[in-house]
Design a protein around this ligand. Structure first.
Ligand code: URA
Length: 232
């Protein structure tokens, strides 16, 4: 930063404008896109889709809900930015919060086993959650927390544009599909989110408690693999 106060102010204003433009590109609620951004855009043109890196950067400082203030680590998501399959869970647990990675605790073991059996690696799919900060004592995320985090998930889906989304459990399925239908009714059938096919299935934690239900998730995943194969 320069010593000259006028130049310093100009530099700061420039930085602030850049930051606002960036937030505008992310579709930040409460911060309208700056005049600069509006002028640069073609009239009527949609805002450019932010990259995963840009979305992550915006989230690092996000304190839009109480969970953001209490987390150890942001659990943004990981995998291929070109993934054909995107797995969306509910929210990080204790181990995920510690490591800053999704599905690395006991539920993650179940998901890893499923991926292995399907011949898929974690690196070739994309794994994330509806909510990116751990709810205390592993409680369900609350509606205001889901609402605060949802725009980021929507941006992640836009950036990746997977061929198929697998919604892991009730919270992910109901949030994406904007419904109150129970997961038992939603699973095993195709739905759509923004023209992307969505297959809801049981959450891996549920399968830990009810191992007999694994066959149903296996069947749901067969539908996913068949659809991807037909798409080639
Ligand atoms: N449960 C989830 O929904 N997501 C995780 O990342 C871990 C457990």
């Amino acid at each position: 930063m320069t010593e000259n106060p006028a130049a310093a102010l100009k530099e700061l204003t420039g930085l602030l404008k850049e930051w606002l433009a960036f937030q505008g590109r992310l579709g930040w609620q409460g911060t309208a896109p700056s005049e600069e951004v509006k002028q640069v855009r073609e009239p009527g043109a949609a805002a450019p889709t932010p990259t995963l890196k840009e979305i992550r950067e915006a989230m690092e400082h996000c304190r839009k809900c109480k969970l953001g203030r209490g987390r150890t680590n942001l659990v943004f998501g990981e995998g291929s930015p070109n993934a054909e399959i995107m797995f969306i869970g509910e929210a990080p647990g204790e181990e995920e919060d510690r490591q800053g990675r999704p599905f690395v605790g006991p539920a993650g073991q179940v998901l890893n086993n499923l991926l292995n059996k399907l011949g898929l690696s974690r690196e070739e799919v994309y794994i994330t959650n509806v909510v990116k900060s751990r709810p205390p004592n592993n409680r369900d995320p609350e509606p205001d927390e889901i609402a605060a985090c949802l725009p980021f998930l929507q941006q992640q889906i836009k950036a990746i544009r997977p061929k198929v989304i697998v919604a892991l459990g009730r919270i992910a399925a109901q949030t994406l599909l904007n419904t109150r239908e129970p997961i038992t009714k939603l699973r095993g059938r195709w739905h759509k989110y923004d023209r992307i096919p969505v297959m809801p299935t049981f959450h891996p934690s549920y399968l830990l408690r009810f191992p007999r239900e694994r066959i149903k998730t296996w069947q749901d995943m067969q539908l996913v693999m068949e659809r991807l194969a037909a798409d080639e």
